[in-house]
Design a protein around this ligand. Structure first.
Ligand code: NAD
Length: 390
């Protein structure tokens, strides 16, 4: 359906839209970028020029290559400027009504076979597609921030999406040098669902007074090999964004206790303690501020790691059980989307399903809370003594 000549439209020229436009233009496509806000459009144009200049300076690309990429950009002040595109990717504000209005409007502008994609992180693709007369051409294409640097892209067909729409989008994004995974249209798709426990269980451990932020971060980096501890990572992502994603996934799963947000993070969000970008979050980023030292107690560190990894693995296993994605795609998503040192299903094979189940069973017995109930597939794996990868 697509080739190098395919023209790509981008709606919304913020952080994601301008990054996705850069990826498409770098791959050789003409891109037409539209934003309702003229200042945002001008900032995106300035931003992409600055990025190209930096890449030339660092000798990552030649001056001629930079010229070629920039010549492929067209900044449009009207949505009509996207009428000749074969694929339009929407990256506007995360609001269902506004997205639906845009998709309905787009359908009246583009050709009958143009594919319409949304980069939404938390809304259902089915609900966006329902705004179109031809819902079979609507699909989710979920990039990670920053789009030019993050290798993973989740492709999300809705129940109404045609198989050819999904497969041609996957082939196109693969041709852009990205690693694509197919995910079912379920809240958080793969990454934003499975990663919730990394934050949620760590906050819970803190709330129970078992350890402080530096100790929990130290435990997961030391015994898990994670590049950033959960509190460092939440401060990096922003506690506003992280809290909102958690809240949205929880609500969309009909208040499933495993995804329940925490009051600790809600208070940080309410207080404007967003993390690095606001100068303070779980840690203080003011100049001269020194974080307190972790308690480097090996037994405590391993206990923290075992609890968090068991929750992460349980979520990955349950996602496989509920056919959100294949085992390979679930593992790829976590290593390429959030830089986990290993795929969680492979990790379960290494740790042993029995150990993971034992940790969860103990938590479930102690707390009597639904959030600790093990996935049926995990129990089956233990009974059958099977591994995901033999
Ligand atoms: N920021 C992230 O980490 C991230 C990651 C993956 C996906 N997403 C998703 O991508 C989308 C965009 O996020 P972002 O971080 O780039 O937001 P952003 O605020 O940086 O940019 C959004 C842009 O959309 C424009 N806009 C708003 N309404 C519009 C309309 N009706 N028509 C045209 N333009 C309009 C705004 O002027 C703004 O420039 C959201 O759906 C978000 O959930 C964000």
């Amino acid at each position: 359906m697509f080739n190098k000549e395919s023209v790509i439209g981008i709606v919304g020229s913020g952080a994601m839209g301008s990054g996705i436009a850069q990826v498409a233009a770098t791959a050789g496509h003409r891109v037409h970028v539209f934003d309702t806000n003229a200042n945002a459009l001008a900032a995106a144009e300035k931003g992409v020029k600055a990025t190209m200049a930096k890449l030339v300076e660092k000798q990552k690309i030649s001056a001629a290559e930079s010229e070629r990429i920039l010549s492929l950009f067209h900044f449009e002040s009207k949505l009509d400027g996207l009428k000749d595109c074969q694929l339009v990717i929407e990256a506007i504000v995360e609001n269902l009504d506004i997205k639906k209005k845009l998709f309905a409007e787009l359908e009246g502008i583009v050709k009958p076979n143009t594919v319409l994609a949304s980069n939404t992180s938390s809304l259902s693709i089915a609900s966006i597609a329902a705004a179109c007369k031809d819902a079979s051409r609507v699909v989710g294409i979920h990039f990670f921030n920053p789009a030019p640097l993050m290798p993973l892209v989740e492709i999300i067909p809705a129940i109404t999406t045609s198989a050819s729409t999904a497969s041609s989008c996957k082939a196109l994004v693969d041709s852009w040098g990205k690693i694509t995974v197919m995910a079912k249209d379920t809240p958080g798709f793969i990454v934003n669902r499975v990663a919730r426990s990394y934050y949620g269980e760590s906050i819970r451990i803190y709330e129970e007074g078992i350890a402080g932020f530096p100790t929990i971060d130290w435990a997961l980096k030391t015994f898990g090999g994670f590049r950033m501890g959960p509190f460092e990572l939440m401060d990096f992502i922003g506690n506003d964004i992280n809290f909102k994603v958690t809240e949205s996934v929880w609500e969309q799963f009909f208040y499933e206790p495993r995804f329940k947000p925490s009051l600790t993070q809600k208070r940080l969000y309410e207080a404007g303690l967003f993390g690095r970008k606001s100068g303070k979050g779980y840690y203080n980023y003011a100049e001269g501020s020194v974080p307190s030292e972790p308690v480097k107690d090996e037994e405590l560190g391993k206990r923290i790691f075992n609890r968090v990894i068991a929750m992460l693995i349980n979520e990955a296993v349950d996602s496989l059980y509920l056919q959100v994605a294949t085992k390979e795609d679930i593992d790829l998503a976590m290593t390429k989307g959030v830089n986990y040192p290993k795929g969680l299903l492979k990790w379960m094979d290494e740790l042993g399903a029995e150990q993971v189940l034992e940790t969860l069973n103990k938590l479930y017995a102690d707390y009597q809370e639904e959030r600790y109930r093990p996935s049926l597939l995990l129990k089956t794996m233990v009974k059958s003594k099977k591994k995901f990868y033999e």
